[in-house]
Ligand binder design. Structure first.
Ligand SMILES: NC(=O)c1ccc[n+]([C@@H]2O[C@H](COP(=O)([O-])OP(=O)(O)OC[C@H]3O[C@@H](n4cnc5c(N)ncnc54)[C@H](OP(=O)(O)O)[C@@H]3O)[C@@H](O)[C@H]2O)c1
Length: 312
């Protein structure tokens, strides 16, 4: 079975198609014939070797990828599921060694897999699990009450866009950043107030909410540069490990989506959110597996809106 893998870390051209043996679903697992996987910033990091120290991996090939969609082909022993072989499903994947989402034949915990939203194809469905769950996780950690104010940076991105939409559904007031070309997009996601993105984003949020916001989700990974937007004692969700500067009683919470990788009910709630029109799936384009390097190049160049998806 084909996989898009790295044998030596490097630039986009380090990705190539390899042949891997089929695997069967063990107890508590299911097996998916992947037709589409989404390309995220964490994949380009894995490809370049950025995670080697944090997650030492043994023997190549290394297969990146945290989002997959396709067809359920096998259900392992002891799995109680509403799914049947032949169903179209989507999954969040915690990559390790040769087990990432960039493979045609993918065995993973049954609790990481749900059906795709009704009326949605595998390509669009593959853009939801990882960033949708991260958005849910951040909002759960921030634990704001309806009516409180949340700021979102990187709001035009995959993670930030889902945060804006889920926060609105949770009853929060949302102030979000946007570059000039993204203002309409970010407003259409539901942001109540849109401020210019960039180094001055905290001051812009303060100008709109002089007392400071109750919470902030930092999708643009600006770390210390965004803290001034938040009121004393407020809360900040970060996505690349930033833990704050210890000042003004801010609670800075770094989240890791792997903590929600087997939260099946939460993944299924995201499916329902798409079906109810709460979440919008955005596909920037698709390329076949043989051209996965092109998707990495485009993502690293910046400015992609919606997710790039690779198909088998
Ligand atoms: N911890 C976890 O479990 C977890 C899970 C999911 C995502 N993440 C991380 O979350 C981050 C966002 O992911 P994503 O998939 O949403 O990425 P994305 O789709 O590329 O979105 C990031 C957004 O932030 C903007 N941006 C980048 N640098 C900026 C800056 N200095 N000022 C203002 N805006 C800036 C980008 O604009 P341009 O495209 O114009 O640069 C883009 O709109 C990534 O670092 C990703 O690795 C972490």
């Amino acid at each position: 079975m084909r996989a898009v893998a790295v044998t030596e870390f490097g630039g986009p051209d380090a990705l190539h198609v390899v042949d891997l043996p089929e695997e069967h679903a063990g107890p508590g697992e299911v097996r998916v014939r992947v037709t589409a996987f989404a390309v995220s910033p964490t994949d380009t990091n894995l490809r370049s070797g950025f995670y080697v120290e944090r997650d030492p991996v043994g023997v190549p090939p290394y297969v990146p990828g945290m989002d997959a969609a396709g067809v359920l082909v096998e259900v392992g022993e002891g799995v109680e599921t509403d799914l049947a072989v032949g169903d179209h499903v989507m999954a969040v994947v915690v990559p390790g060694g040769a087990h990432g989402a960039y493979r045609e034949d993918l065995v993973l915990p049954a609790r990481s897999v749900v059906r795709v939203p009704a009326g949605v194809d595998d390509v669009a469905a593959s853009t939801l699990p990882m960033n949708g769950l991260t958005a849910r996780l951040v909002l759960d950690e921030l634990a704001l009450r309806p009516g409180q104010v949340l700021a979102v940076t990187g709001a035009a991105g995959a993670f930030g866009g889902y945060v804006v939409q889920l926060a609105k559904a949770d009853g929060l007031t949302v102030v979000a950043d946007a570059g000039p070309g993204d203002e309409e997009l970010v407003r259409s996601l539901g942001a109540d107030v849109v401020v210019p993105r960039g180094d001055e984003v905290a001051a812009a949020v303060r100008a709109a909410f002089p007392a400071g916001v109750d919470g902030l989700a930092d999708g643009s990974v600006q770390d210390g540069a965004v803290l001034a937007a938040v009121k004393d004692g407020g809360v900040v969700g970060t996505v690349r490990g930033y833990t704050g500067d210890g000042r003004r009683g801010l609670r800075v919470v770094p989240v890791m989506v792997r903590d929600y990788a087997e939260e099946r009910e939460k993944l299924d709630a995201l499916r329902v959110a798409v079906e109810e029109g709460v979440l919008t799936l955005r596909v920037a384009g698709t390329v076949p597996a043989e051209q996965a390097a092109e998707a990495h190049r485009r993502l690293e160049a910046g400015g992609v809106r919606g997710r790039l998806v690779v198909t088998f």
